[in-house]
Design a protein around this ligand. Structure first.
Ligand code: K7E
Ligand code: CUA
Length: 654
């Protein structure tokens, strides 16, 4: 990580090196000390609830964890793109289909940007969306169950990074490619990259009732890298903004060759215009193949639909669809303020933070004041769209969020700090160090029209000496700042799971009342549900055996099974009969080549077991569910293939 800093820095002016030296991790041990009064402000007393939920991505762990703010306490790690043996995610028969892709079953992903659904530009707390970079996908998590309910693969995309942001009314979730690739994929020389590779921007329409996603259209952009995205807000609703780098279209030694141009672009895409072109039939249909995986709460089972085509818009043939605004020096973050007027691009190698104006952009477009074009896309004049510049606020700007008082907060990776500045006057108001090398930051609602400007969470890339060491891999970490006053105040360091890239925060009151407590047994339409103990049974179908089992405090039904034979494939379909909040049961059997099941009240889940030898094999409940949890166990007798032991099952001899 450190070598990466030095490499980036080598591209900067000498002055930068001096400042970096002063900010090198480990350089200032005392500035983290906080007074008792400050500590009180992040303290949530035992039994008390946090004021905000935070949903914080796990990067290379592929998951999304749920934390409380201001305490920083972790409540749950929601499995999204990676299998999770604890919750049987990707292991049980019900959830496996969620991880299907056109490349087969993919057990791992790289999750970066969670974004909560919005109505009228305000957080509505219904769903949270999150992108997967490596095998491009977008997931939707239901915030009543806190479970992943949909994953859609993004065709023609690679490194799906400028994703997954929602428009004011969650009309669309956007998924922009980071890497340009041949579209459609084909065998060609890498040296023919320039002019031939393309960048697909995908717009996923969201059903307003069910939340179900569908790739409405893709815009085939020039072969740049598209790094981050932000929807227009309020007056700029209908537009989407993407930062680009590598407008050089280099395909090797990118750190040098993609850093040549003085300015790259912010691409402004008019998606309402795209809808007009679609309605007029001004698109092509491309054959493709991608997985659309949907979990049905009624059958409690996910299924995969293979989608075969996608509608493509070519910006060169769709006037008014896309414009380029020059932005200095390989911008990373792309952020729009709550009024929708300001578009902040953070040139990673720029000494300044550059802000563009939506009104000026519209004016320049109306006056058709262009400075040439790139692959048929008009380029606006930098000066014509410029709103202002925050002069030398720090080094290595990455991301910006906003409060509800007209302030912006930008992270600086190289100088390890968060800088608060004023929209419109561009003056720096405050700066606070982070420990260390901050990436994203999050203010609850801070990318919507209605930020809750009380706390700011900084997500750091390096922690070094901040925690007890745990071998070469030290903990990932975030920091909480109080931003209610003029000056920011550091309140808390807290560890996170995986590498936190971005987070979304929301007042707990918008989610808590809707949180599901149990699954209704009555409404359970799982094809293998067992709704009462008397319906429990074992059914043989050739070498396949289906066990219809129930669980309730503190036994399984049946708990004795005989007549299973070596080499049988045994499906345990297990229903938790409890209808009380917070009473899951678990199950696994000795030697099972899959994970345990952890089954919520009213839910049915399935695991498979292929016994490897004759004998009497125990199974048991894996969740400490009652005072008699240790009694919650049973046996399966496995006999020789040729034995004539009849299939039988019982509970207490019945
Ligand atoms: Cu880590 Cu948004 Cu993927 Cu910046 S990204 S830091
Ligand atoms: Cu059921 Cu332990």
């Amino acid at each position: 990580m450190k070598s990466r800093i030095i490499n980036t820095t080598s591209l900067l002016v000498g002055m930068a090196l001096l400042i970096l030296a002063a900010c090198t991790p480990g350089g200032n041990k005392n500035s983290g000390a906080i007074s008792g009064d400050l500590a009180q402000r992040s303290f949530v007393a035992p039994g008390e609830h946090d004021e905000f939920y935070g949903f914080i991505s796990g990067g290379f762990n592929g998951q999304l964890s749920v934390i409380g703010l201001p305490s920083g306490r972790v409540f749950k790690n929601i499995p999204v793109f990676s299998v999770d043996a604890e919750k049987a995610y990707g292991f049980n028969e019900e959830t496996k289909a969620l991880l299907n892709t056109s490349f087969g079953f993919v057990p791992w992903g790289d999750s970066h940007h969670p974004d909560i659904s919005q109505t009228n530009g305000k957080l509505d707390g219904r769903w949270v969306f999150i992108n997967e970079n490596n095998t491009p996908r977008i997931a939707r998590i239901d915030l009543t169950t806190f479970e992943t309910v949909e994953i859609i693969e993004i065709p023609n995309s690679a490194g799906n990074h400028s994703s997954s942001y929602v428009t004011d009314n969650t009309e669309y979730v956007v998924a922009g490619t980071r890497f340009a690739v041949p579209v459609p994929q084909r065998d060609m020389s890498i040296n023919d990259y320039k002019g031939n590779f393309k960048g697909a921007m995908s717009f996923l329409k969201v059903d307003q009732e069910s939340g179900e996603m569908n790739i409405e259209f893709q815009i085939l952009m020039p072969g740049f890298d598209y790094d981050k995205a932000h929807p227009g807000r309020g007056k700029s609703h209908g537009w989407f903004f993407f930062t680009t780098y590598n407008t050089e279209e280099a395909n090797s030694l990118m750190e040098v060759n993609a850093s040549q141009n003085d300015k790259d672009f912010v691409a402004a895409i008019n998606w309402k215009k795209a809808e007009e072109y679609l309605a007029q039939g001004n698109f092509t249909t491309m054959a493709t193949n991608y997985a659309h995986n949907l979990y049905d709460e009624k059958t409690q089972t996910a299924t995969t639909t293979w989608e075969k085509e996608v509608k493509i818009l070519d910006p060169a043939k769709c006037p008014g669809l896309v414009y380029f605004m020059p932005m200095p020096k390989s911008p990373h973050g792309c952020d729009v303020d709550p009024t929708g007027e300001y578009i902040v691009g953070s040139g990673k190698l720029s000494a300044n933070v550059t802000v563009h104006s939506f009104d000026k952009m519209i004016k320049a477009i109306e006056e058709e004041k262009f400075d040439g074009d790139a692959y048929g896309i008009p380029i606006l004049n930098f000066e014509d769209v410029l709103a202002g510049v925050v002069v030398q606020p720090g080094l290595g700007p990455l991301h910006t969020e906003f409060d509800n008082k007209g302030n912006a907060y930008t992270t600086f990776f190289i100088s390890s700090e968060v800088v608060k500045w004023k929209l419109g006057t561009w003056e720096v108001i405050d700066r606070k160090p982070t420990y260390y090398s901050v990436g994203h930051l999050m203010i609850p609602g801070g990318n919507s029209q209605e930020p809750f400007g009380k706390y700011l969470v900084a997500m750091n890339k390096i922690t070094k000496d901040r925690y007890l060491p745990t071998g070469p891999e030290v903990t990932q970490s975030a920091q909480l700042y109080d931003i209610s006053g003029e000056k920011m105040e550091l309140l808390l360091d807290f560890p996170t799971l995986g590498e936190p890239h971005y987070a979304a925060g929301i007042p707990a009151d918008l989610i808590k009342p809707n949180s599901k407590k149990i699954y209704s047994l009555e409404e359970n339409e799982h094809p293998f549900v067992t709704k009462s103990e008397k319906d429990a049974k074992v059914v043989r179908d050739g070498n396949t055996v289906h066990v219809y089992m129930t669980m309730i405090r503190s036994h399984f039904a049946p708990d004795n099974i005989e007549g299973i034979k070596e080499g049988d494939k045994v499906y345990f379909h297990v229903t938790n009969l409890e209808q009380d909040y917070d009473v899951p049961h678990g199950i696994s059997i000795i030697g099972a080549n899959t994970s345990e099941l952890l089954i919520m009240p009213g839910q049915t889940e399935t695991f498979t077991w292929t016994p490897k030898g004759v004998g009497v094999w125990p199974f048991y409940c894996t969740d400490f569910c009652s005072a008699l949890h240790q009694e919650m166990q049973g046996y399966v007798r496995v006999s020789d293939r040729n034995s004539d032991i009849e299939l039988s099952w019982s509970l207490d001899g019945e």
